[in-house]
Design a protein around this ligand. Structure first.
Ligand SMILES: [Zn+2]
Length: 85
């Protein structure tokens, strides 16, 4: 028998700090991408990993969703702006 300690994540919406019940994830391709080809010639990649972006309680799912969208949106904008300089 094995006993594992459960890690509780807290809601990211401050100053909530309730135990999070939801997890926001995104997928990204690992920097060390390797592409292999199986016998039938199909390209196989298993270098995609899931990244946890944030946690939220059930009251703040929509708030965190908006927050993450804003962060992703502004990150995209700033990278476009820096290209123009
Ligand atoms: Zn919350």
């Amino acid at each position: 028998m094995k006993v594992n300690k459960i890690i509780h994540h807290l809601c990211k919406q401050e100053p909530c700090f309730k135990i999070a019940e939801f997890e926001f994830t995104d997928i990204r391709i690992k920097p060390t991408l390797t592409i292999t080809t199986d016998d039938s010639g199909t390209t196989v990649t298993d270098d995609i990993e899931t990244v946890v972006l944030a946690h939220s309680c059930e009251d703040h799912v929509e708030d965190i969703r908006k927050l993450l969208k804003e962060i992703q949106g502004s990150a995209k904008q700033s990278s476009e702006e820096s290209k123009e300089e």
